[in-house]
Design a protein around this ligand. Structure first.
Ligand code: NAD
Length: 349
């Protein structure tokens, strides 16, 4: 079992292994960097095939949170936790109380939130043992359901408009054709905003009912899932899976802008360079999908939805700076985003 020699290890400050015999909890908590503040990141529960897979995942994801929070201008560092287990069969309130005690032992250096395999309810059990938890629906604010997805969608919408402005000189979306891949929690909210802004939607999802709903509600044109990346459109918004921009799909793209919510849209960093060479403006995913983490932080701080949205609107300024630097220096937007994040969290050492 390797930690220091894992390819995703990047001078992480702390990696903690914790377990609880009674409930069977096995967790790894990784604190990547706390230069800007306590580390915040979700708790992923997954039946990892091996402990090494879990270590690799938590190292990779915690590092990503440092970059995301730095570019989102949050006073936070990057952390993440993984629970090795099956979320369908192993969850109990006591299991998550044990997780809460593990988080508490870090004394506030790590703030936990929900992620794949965990829910606001699980965070509630964690909260009985530690105050270092976010993403809890306390029911106090009717505009908040505990689901960060509408806030993520809002940030993507802001980033997408900024990309259109950079490409075309105006962010007017009237009549713009936007291909949306994935009509889940984020994609559907994004469609609502795009429709309200006058865009024409082309959509695809594995779930036929979602496509039908988007056709009814937004007049969207539904296409088969294997056609959405090659449709003739102005903008592509990947909101389903990672790795969708790759050697094969780049050749088929007919859009000028890519701006969506999905994490890790580029299969490899070199695909960012290929997009640049093809004249396609790519809004780096982790920059424009930060609305969710901004919401988790603002909710924890007791701020209003209006204050949260105002902070999310700052994504526009950040992504514009990235586009400008990338253009001036003939570099890919993803490369520039990473360097800008490092400037922000590295300078405060
Ligand atoms: P979700 O699971 O609610 O939705 C994903 C949708 O994509 C589903 O409707 C699914 O049917 C569809 N889908 C899956 N494979 C597809 C394919 N091949 N073609 C077309 N559609 C397909 O997830 P979500 O919460 O909406 O998140 C979407 C993406 O955004 C994910 O990559 C997620 O990691 C990322 N993200 C989400 C948030 C958030 O706040 N939810 C925050 C940051 C990043």
């Amino acid at each position: 079992m390797n930690v220091f020699s894992d390819i995703a290890f990047d001078d992480h400050e702390q990696v903690v292994f914790a377990s609880d015999k009674t409930t069977g909890l096995k967790t790894i908590i990784a604190v990547h960097n706390t230069n800007l503040g306590p580390s915040l990141g979700g708790c992923r529960m997954w039946p990892y095939a091996s402990e090494q897979d879990a270590i690799h995942d938590v190292l990779r994801l915690s590092r990503g949170m440092t970059y995301k929070s730095a570019l989102a201008n949050l006073p936070l560092g990057g952390g993440k936790s993984v629970i090795i287990g099956d979320p369908r069969s192993q969850k109990t309130p006591e299991f998550f109380r044990a997780m809460g005690r593990a988080v508490e032992q870090l004394g506030g250096r790590y703030i936990v939130a929900e992620d794949v395999g965990t829910s606001p309810e699980d965070m509630g059990h964690i909260a009985s043992q530690t105050k270092h938890v976010g993403g809890i629906n306390d029911g106090k604010d009717p505009e908040r359901t505990g689901d960060p997805s509408p806030f993520t969608a809002y940030g993507v919408f802001i980033g997408l408009k900024e990309a259109v402005r950079f490409k075309h000189g105006s962010d007017d979306l009237t009549g713009m054709r936007v291909a949306v891949q994935g009509l889940g929690h984020v994609g559907y909210h994004l469609c609502r905003m795009l429709h309200a802004a006058g865009a024409k939607l082309i959509v695809a999802d594995l779930n036929a009912a979602s496509m039908k709903a988007a056709a009814m509600e937004f007049g969207a044109t539904a296409v088969p899932v294997d056609k959405i990346l090659s449709v003739d459109a102005d903008i592509l918004a990947p909101c389903a899976l990672g790795g969708v921009i790759n050697d094969r799909t780049i050749e088929e793209l007919k859009v000028g802008v890519i701006a969506g919510a999905a994490n890790n849209q580029l299969e490899d960093d070199r695909h960012g360079e290929m997009l640049r060479e093809a004249g396609i403006l790519y809004a780096p995913d982790y920059v424009i999908n930060a609305g969710g983490v901004i919401e988790v932080y603002y909710c924890r701080e007791g701020k209003t939805v209006a204050e949260t949205n105002m902070h999310i609107e700052g994504i526009g300024e950040t992504v514009r700076e990235i586009f400008e630097r990338a253009k001036d220096q003939n570099l890919s937007t993803g490369f520039v985003a990473d360097r800008l994040a490092e400037e922000r969290f590295g300078l405060k050492k």
